[in-house]
Design a binder for this molecule. Structure first.
Ligand code: PRX
Length: 634
């Protein structure tokens, strides 16, 4: 097992060693995993060319680390506790041994359907254990999973399937989230009209509703299992640098980026950070409320916890069903020790009566976590006082889909906390603050753009099919460094506070949304000439979306009807998560003389921060700024 850092002194020593000799440091960490063959070199890196390789020459299979190696001593330990959407339905407890058998058996299903090492398999599934089984089964045979969050629309699903040319799609017929039924299979059917690479679809029957199946293409999960007699599946031997999965994240320009994660480095990074940030102990019950469709679920519901031999909770439902006490009811029922969620959920829960918290016994809790967006002071204290009762350290974990693992965070009970600060980098992580001239700011306190000076094992290796874009997006801003796209403040002690995105990505309810694809969707409406979408602060969601739209003179419908139609277009091209909160119709958008929309000004107006709009002298049409402010919806 990965060695845990138990004291602040040890953290400082390890940090120092990781900077001075990353090869030695990570080599030692990697020793604690199961390798079929050890690596030849720990690290080969050329950041300027976006070329990073860890544990080259090493051979392994991540599922042998997540499953096989626990069997002898911990085969009967619960690996996954599944909590259904409906509290009247039974929870499911799956031991490591059972999970091993289910994964092996399903891996044989994949093989039976012609899936081979290196093939891409798309998973569009609800939060049910079969999602974990399917993802691990892919990893078992060396197929690359691409999980698409099941809230995405059919258009978003098909574009992701096409981008990585997935061969097989795994889904469920239908699922309930709260009281809302979601017909996943219908979304898939729509997407599949436009995805020539998909040969087969496997459908898990989550509800008893009748399901439309296409002859020759679709089959049910249980039928596929019945064809399998062999419950063992030899794990495919993978190179450390072989891709483990693709996960799409928004970019500041149109197309989503398929971030490719490696097998060896990702395993080491996700497990090491899990162990050290959360300080998980043998009998703890760890619960991360994220959806597996996001990186948080990949690294901290599945790979990190399972490689560490932990008991991980998977929740199908929503925090508001049957009421806003659901999270706490589950904590009491399962005696959860570690609870990891997003600030947006905390803010939503804090709006409801405290009696919904006080009704439950939360004394099992030891560590609280936060992820996905900056946590504001009020939410931090509410979480600390009412959930942690002032005794549970809050780990505010900063990281990204691209980083694969937590980068900046307290280590629970080991390093000091500072409310609203992600605090210090983990060993192996070397942050830098950059000024507007691209120079590193070495003094503190200071504020700047956050970059990384050295590679870490779980860094994404490329954007699927577009290495140039990977290089341009992350490695071109500052020579030899990785640029995060975030701004940060560093205090005199060296603690980091993330101030938010500095590009055209907006974090809405913890979801990373590029404004460009949303603008494209709005522009599709035939009444719309053009638009600009920006983020603005929102009480619960952290940020919400504001669109400034110019429309044609002759529009047959009212402004309110047009707003509804625009949001419908967004829901169908991206998903409901990207809907606009405010839509202001304007006579023009502020533009530079070269025709670029000045989003900076619109961002300020939408945030009601108009005291200093900055330099507007380069605008072609400064008069529209007045008009936009006058009719502002904030
Ligand atoms: O802006 C940062 C914000 O979320 C972005 C990454 O989003 P995504 O790739 O979807 O991954 C989310 C889960 C890791 C970052 O660039 N972010 C994430 N965690 C924090 C955060 N902002 C402030 N504090 C955090 N703890």
């Amino acid at each position: 097992m990965v060695q845990k850092i138990h004291s602040y002194k040890k953290y400082k020593e390890d940090y120092q060693e990781s900077v001075e000799d990353p090869g030695k440091f990570w080599g030692k960490i990697a020793e604690s995993f199961l390798w079929r063959k050890k690596w030849d070199t720990v690290l080969e890196s050329d950041m300027a060319n976006a070329d990073v390789k860890w544990f080259q020459g090493g051979k392994l299979n991540i599922t042998e680390n997540c499953l096989d190696r626990h069997l002898e001593k911990n085969g009967n330990k619960t690996a996954i506790i599944w909590e259904p959407n409906n509290p009247d339905e039974e929870s499911r407890y799956i031991t490591y041994r059972q999970l091993y058998v289910k994964v092996s058996r399903f891996a044989n299903v994949l093989k039976n359907n012609g899936v081979k090492k290196g093939d891409r398999v798309c998973l569009y599934m609800p939060m049910i254990p079969e999602l974990s089984i399917a993802m691990l089964a892919c990893a078992r045979i060396g197929a690359i999973h691409s999980i698409v969050f099941a809230g995405f629309s059919s258009t978003a699903l098909s574009s992701r399937i096409n981008d990585s040319q997935c061969k097989l799609l795994i889904t469920a017929n239908e699922v309930y989230r709260g009281t809302k039924p979601i017909n996943l299979k219908a979304v898939c059917d729509e997407a599949l009209e436009n995805t020539p690479s998909i040969e087969k679809v496997i459908v898990y029957r989550r509800t008893v509703e009748p399901t439309q199946m296409k002859e020759g293409r679709d089959s049910f999960w249980f039928e596929e299992l019945q064809k399998i007699e062999n419950f063992e599946c030899e794990a495919e031997e993978m190179d450390a640098e072989d891709p483990l999965f693709i996960l799409y994240t928004s970019g500041s320009t149109g197309k989503p980026k398929g971030m490719v994660h490696s097998t060896g480095g990702y395993m080491v990074g996700s497990t090491y950070s899990f162990q050290n940030v959360f300080q998980y102990q043998k009998d703890d019950i760890y619960w991360c409320t994220a959806d597996i469709g996001w990186i948080t679920g990949h690294s901290y519901i599945i790979y990190g916890p399972l490689a560490a031999g932990a008991t991980t909770v998977m929740f199908e439902g929503v925090p508001s069903y049957p009421d806003y006490g659901r999270f706490w009811e589950i904590v009491e029922k399962l005696k959860v020790t570690h609870f990891y969620t997003a600030p947006t959920a905390i803010r939503a829960l804090a709006k409801h009566p405290l009696s919904l918290v006080e009704k439950y016994d939360l004394s099992s809790l030891k560590v609280l976590g936060s992820v996905g967006e900056p946590i504001n002071e009020e939410a931090w204290h509410w979480y600390n006082d009412n959930i942690g009762k002032g005794t549970c350290p809050i780990v505010d974990t900063w990281w990204q889909t691209e980083t694969g693992a937590i980068m900046i965070s307290p280590l629970a009970g080991v390093t000091p906390l500072r409310p609203t600060f992600a605090t210090m980098p983990l060993p192996g992580v070397q942050p830098a603050l950059m000024d507007e001239h691209g120079k590193e700011i070495t003094e503190s306190p200071a504020e700047g753009r956050l970059a990384m000076k050295a590679p870490w094992p779980s860094i994404a290796r490329t954007i699927y099919g577009d290495h140039q874009r990977y290089k341009d997006t992350y490695f071109s801003a500052y020579s030899g460094m990785y640029f995060t796209g975030d701004g940060a403040y560093r205090d005199a002690m060296g603690n980091y506070r993330i101030t938010g995105r500095v590009d055209d990505v907006v974090i809405v309810s913890g979801h990373n949304l590029g404004t460009a694809p949303i603008e494209n969707a709005v522009d599709e409406h035939d009444a719309v000439v053009e638009c600009a979408v920006v983020g603005f602060p929102h009480d619960i969601k952290g940020n919400a979306l504001y669109a400034y739209v110019t429309k044609y003179d002759e529009v047959r419908i009212s402004d309110d009807e047009l707003r509804v139609e625009i949001n419908k277009l967004i829901a169908s091209s991206i998903g409901a998560i990207a809907k606009l909160d405010k839509i202001q119709f304007v006579s023009g958008l502020p533009k530079t003389r070269s025709g670029k929309i000045m989003r900076r000004i619109l961002r300020k107006i939408a945030s009601n921060d108009t005291s200093n709009l900055g330099d507007t002298s380069t605008l072609l049409n400064p008069e529209v700024v007045e008009e936009i402010m006058e009719k502002s919806l904030v």
